[in-house]
Ligand binder design. Structure first.
Ligand code: ATP
Ligand code: MG
Length: 233
């Protein structure tokens, strides 16, 4: 018999709908994401991309429809269980302003590890290792205000990956950077996630960024309007 745990999609969304007052942000989305897949989410401004990944990550509750991650249906969990699942399975990288300004880079990365129960010493050692992997081995003791935008985004990515999430959601993680910095941050991020076989949903407006993904999905007016395999060599 086929092993359901390995053949089922890692994320399955069915019939997702979400409105904000009169605005129908999601109008019925069905989406399966396989384990280890890197998916680019594209589409016009206001089409529902952020709302979609917030629903997939359990940050927002959809008005209708279900999201299952790794066999767990989010709608069946209470708020505490959802928060625990997020801490254990999910990493999130936002567009800007996400590092805590009063903590050094290494302490920003260590924070979710400490929340997960690691000792301070272990959390710091592991955080330095993540910074190293993202090319920031010598920046750990700086505060966010002392780093470039690209360095700060790498710290945010290190923080999101440090808990070894099953899924990484990234909402335009390089949207605030110039194209050279964006490309280098993205390449580093994708090297690390491919090596760890992390599943990734990456929102981007940039077709060159999307070309790094295995697949593109396009959101228009709260619906998926297309899904294409990006021929990765
Ligand atoms: N908290 C909210 N309150 C009210 N309306 C919202 C809220 N969040 C999103 N919306 C509306 O829902 C629609 C979808 O928004 P969403 O943020 O998902 O778009 P997006 O595709 O991520 O856009 P962008 O590319 O500009 O980030 C938009 O019309 C937006 O104005
Ligand atoms: Mg958005």
């Amino acid at each position: 018999m086929a092993d359901l745990a390995t053949t089922a999609p890692l994320i399955r969304a069915t019939g997702l709908r979400k409105s904000f007052g009169p605005t129908e942000a999601l109008r019925g989305i069905d989406l399966d994401i396989d384990r280890g897949e890197v998916v680019a989410v594209m589409g016009p401004s206001g089409s529902g991309k952020s709302t979609l990944i917030h629903c997939l990550a359990g940050v927002l509750t959809p008005d209708a429809g279900d999201v299952t991650i790794n066999g767990t249906e989010l709608g069946r969990l209470d708020a505490d269980a959802r928060a625990r699942l997020r801490l254990k399975e999910i990493g999130f990288v936002f567009q800007f302003g996400q590092l805590l300004p009063d903590l050094t880079a290494v302490d920003n990365v260590a924070l979710p590890l400490l929340m997960g129960g690691a000792s301070r010493r272990a959390a710091r050692a592991e955080s330095y290792a993540w910074l190293e992997r993202l090319g920031l081995g010598d920046q750990g003791d700086k505060f966010p205000g002392q780093m470039s935008g690209g360095q700060a985004q790498r710290v945010a990515i290190a923080r999101a990956l440090a808990t070894r999430p099953t899924v990484l959601f990234a909402d335009e993680p390089t949207g605030s950077l110039d194209s050279v910095a964006a490309e280098s941050v993205l390449e580093t991020m994708l090297d690390v996630v491919r090596e760890a076989r992390t599943t990734v949903l990456l929102i981007t407006h940039d077709p060159r960024t999307a070309a790094y993904a295995d697949r593109e999905v396009i959101v228009r007016d709260g619906r998926l309007s297309g899904s294409a395999l990006v021929g990765r060599s």
